[in-house]
Design a protein around this ligand. Structure first.
Ligand SMILES: Nc1nc2c(ncn2[C@@H]2O[C@H](COP(=O)(O)OP(=O)(O)OP(=O)(O)O)[C@@H](O)[C@H]2O)c(=O)[nH]1
Ligand SMILES: [Mg+2]
Length: 324
C-alpha cells in the first residue's frame, strides 16, 4: 500500500500538484522537508518524482528524481530570484508567429535560456498562412545561431507539421514557449489531432494574445511523446545564462579567440577579429550588439543577486544582534 512509486508532475496550481501515473492524474503535496529546501529543489512540471499514493486524498511527493534539463528565467520583478519553469524537456520549441510577434531578439533570448538549461532549441514560426515572405524569416531566424533549426508551419491549415515528426520519438519531452497568442496551444492541438488545449483569439488592435493558457501543463500523446504547454511570456530576461549565450553565439566566441589581444573589447584595438568580421559582412553588427546586450543583462543580474544576498545577510546579522 505504502510502496514508493514514480510518476511525472503534469500540472501545478499554487501548492497543489498533479502527478501523472499510469494514465491517472493524482493530486499530491510535497512532503514537509521541501519547505526547507532550495527553490530549485521543488518539483516543477515535467519532473519525475517518487511518491506514496493516497487513494483517499493527496499523495505525498517524497523526492524529485535527477533532472536531465531545467529551464529557468529571472522573475519579472527583478528581485534576483529565479523562476524554474519546466524540467526534463529534451526540446524547447520556441514558438513565434509570423506577424507582429516575430522578433529576432526574442528568439535569441529563448535559445540562450534553452541551451543554458540543457534543452535543444527548435524555432517554430507559426501562422505561415499570414505571411507572404516566409523564406526570409526562416533564413533570418536560422542566423540567430548555428545551434537552432527553424521550421515554418501553419497549424490552421496543417502546413509544415510533417517535418516536426522527427522530434516525436517515444519518450521525448517537448516544451513549447513563446508570447501569448503565438499559437502554442493551437499547434499542440494540431499535433495531437484533437482539441486537448484551450485556445483564444488574439486582440485585433495589436495582435497580442489574451493569456488563454494560464498554467504549465504536460500531456502524454498516444505515441508516448510528452508535450508541455506554457502560458505566454511577456518577457524573457537573461540570468544564469552564460552557457546558453556562449553556445547561441559560439561563432562570435570563436572570433574573439582570434583577436590579437586577449582582453580585446572590440572597440578600437588593432587586430580585432570581431571588427574585421563585421567589416567584411561575415558577422552582422546587430547580432554582435545583441550578444553584448544579453551578456550585459546576464552580468547585471549576477551583480544584483550578489547585492541582494549581501543586504539580506547584513539584515539577518543586525536582527540577530538586536535579539541578543
Ligand atoms: N492564421 C492562423 N492563426 C493561427 C494559427 N495558429 C494559431 N492561430 C490563432 O492564433 C490565436 C492564438 O492561438 P493560441 O494557440 O491560443 O495561442 P497561445 O500561444 O497558446 O497563447 P497563450 O495561451 O495566451 O499563451 C488563435 O485565434 C488561433 O486560432 C495559424 O497557424 N494560422
Ligand atoms: Mg495557449
Amino acid at each position: 500500500m505504502n510502496e514508493e512509486k514514480r510518476g511525472r508532475i503534469s500540472k501545478i496550481r499554487k501548492n497543489s500538484f498533479i502527478i501523472t501515473f499510469e494514465g491517472r492524474e493524482l493530486p499530491a503535496k510535497p512532503k514537509g522537508s521541501f519547505y526547507d529546501a532550495a527553490p530549485d529543489a521543488w518539483p516543477v512540471v515535467g519532473d519525475t518524482v517518487s511518491f506514496v499514493e493516497n487513494p483517499a486524498g493527496d499523495s505525498v511527493i517524497l523526492s524529485v528524481c535527477e533532472r536531465k534539463t531545467l529551464l529557468a528565467r529571472p522573475d519579472q520583478a527583478k528581485t534576483g530570484v529565479m523562476q524554474y519553469m519546466v524540467a526534463n524537456a529534451d526540446y524547447c520549441f520556441i514558438v513565434t508567429a509570423l506577424n507582429e510577434d516575430y522578433s529576432f531578439n526574442r528568439i535569441a533570448r529563448y535559445a540562450s535560456v534553452a541551451l543554458s538549461g540543457g534543452s535543444m532549441p527548435v524555432v517554430i514560426l507559426t501562422k505561415s498562412d499570414l505571411c507572404n515572405n516566409v523564406g526570409r524569416y526562416v533564413r533570418e531566424a536560422e542566423s540567430v545561431s548555428d545551434g537552432v533549426r527553424v521550421f515554418a508551419v501553419s497549424a490552421k491549415y496543417g502546413i509544415g507539421l510533417d517535418e516536426l515528426k522527427q522530434y516525436f520519438v517515444p519518450g521525448t519531452t517537448i516544451a513549447l514557449m513563446g508570447s501569448s497568442g503565438a499559437g502554442k496551444s493551437t499547434l499542440i492541438n494540431a499535433i495531437a489531432g484533437e482539441e486537448v488545449m484551450q485556445t483564444g483569439e488574439i486582440r485585433s488592435d495589436d495582435g497580442k494574445g489574451r493569456h488563454t493558457t494560464t498554467h504549465r501543463q504536460m500531456i502524454r500523446l498516444p505515441n508516448d511523446v510528452w508535450i508541455i504547454d506554457t502560458p505566454g511570456m511577456r518577457e524573457i530576461g537573461m540570468a544564469d545564462a552564460d552557457e546558453g549565450i556562449d553556445r547561441t553565439f559560439s561563432d562570435i566566441l570563436a572570433l574573439e579567440s582570434q583577436c590579437r589581444f586577449r582582453n580585446c573589447r572590440h572597440e578600437t584595438e588593432p587586430g580585432c577579429a570581431v571588427k574585421a568580421a563585421i567589416a567584411s559582412g561575415k558577422l552582422s553588427k546587430e547580432r554582435f550588439e545583441l550578444y553584448k546586450n544579453l551578456g550585459k543583462e546576464n552580468a547585471d543580474h549576477r551583480a544584483r543577486k550578489k547585492e541582494i544576498s549581501k543586504s539580506v545577510k547584513a539584515y539577518k546579522k543586525s536582527k540577530s544582534r538586536t535579539e541578543e
